[in-house]
Design a protein around this ligand. Structure first.
Ligand code: ZN
Length: 276
């Protein structure tokens, strides 16, 4: 778990909840964008200490160039995006509140072209734009934050061991799965972001098909992705229907692949083996 981050997160979110608990009978208010960015920075710092983040400047630069190109089309103010490649063969990508997006090398390895990787980045950006990750974290913490207010503030004593466990759950909520509704919302946003940034959105359903296919053959390699992002054939049908419903002509002149992407992917494939 992440005790250091959890303590800080508790302090921050606890302060936010205190006002809400007093004014709204215990219902926590929405976390502001500024608070979300602070929380995200703390989570990201902890994640970067714990996961094998790829430091290669070319790899880091390409993923940020591709991701920022998409994020520029997003109208959620106050969030700057940072993208990291994780040296892990497990197929996965996830977003932390505040605009920190992580993509494993195992996922990059399976992307057949630039638009497939861009589809995943756009989907993760969608989770940030829709505040899915911060809401999930807040849900996990609400009951426990109220206990902090009662015990820690009103009764003037620190939270008990049981309460500490609840606090840590807030940290792991970042890695818990999204609902199907959240997935659909992130997909729908992603289609719009991709088209606006000149990238063919068909890369998203084609990559999802590939992951579903791999799940049939070898479930363990794609387990992380499926446990955090519920993916079904129906979800792919919905994305395809949304693409088909775009105004005529919106799919012309969109890019699917690039030399820069192919160079990036081969560099990722040549990285040192992931740590055990
Ligand atoms: Zn998702």
């Amino acid at each position: 778990m992440m005790p250091r981050t959890s303590r800080r997160v508790r302090r921050l979110a606890g302060a936010a909840t205190l006002a809400g608990a007093v004014t709204a009978g215990g219902c926590a208010p929405a976390i502001s964008t500024q608070q979300e960015v602070q929380l995200g920075q703390q989570y990201a710092a902890e994640i970067n200490r714990q996961l094998p983040i790829v430091q290669d400047p070319q790899v880091h630069s390409y993923i940020n160039q591709l991701g920022e190109g998409i994020a520029q089309r997003v109208d959620r103010r106050g969030i700057d995006y940072t993208f990291y490649v994780v040296n892990s063969e497990a197929v996965n990508a996830f977003a932390v509140p505040g605009g920190f997006v992580y993509v494993n090398r195992g996922l990059i390895d399976r992307a057949g072209n630039m638009s497939e990787l861009a589809g995943v980045l756009a989907h993760e950006i969608g989770h940030v734009v829709e505040r899915h990750s911060v809401e999930q974290m807040q849900k996990a913490q609400n009951a426990n934050l109220l206990a902090n207010v009662v015990y820690g503030v009103l009764l003037q004593r620190p939270p008990s061991g049981v309460e500490q466990v609840g606090i840590q759950l807030g940290g792991s909520a970042v890695f818990a799965g999204y609902s199907r509704d959240a997935e659909r919302e992130a997909d729908r946003d992603a289609v719009g972001f991709l088209v606006a940034s000149g990238i063919d959105p068909n890369g998203m359903p084609s990559f999802f098909e590939k992951l579903l296919e791999e799940q049939r053959r070898s479930p363990s390699t794609v387990e992380q992705w499926f446990s955090t992002h519920p993916l079904t054939a129906e979800r792919i049908d919905i994305v395809n229907a949304e693409i088909a419903a775009l105004p005529p002509g919106s799919l012309s002149n969109l890019s699917r692949d690039s030399q820069a992407f192919r160079q990036f992917r081969s560099r990722v494939r040549q990285l040192p083996a992931p740590p055990r």
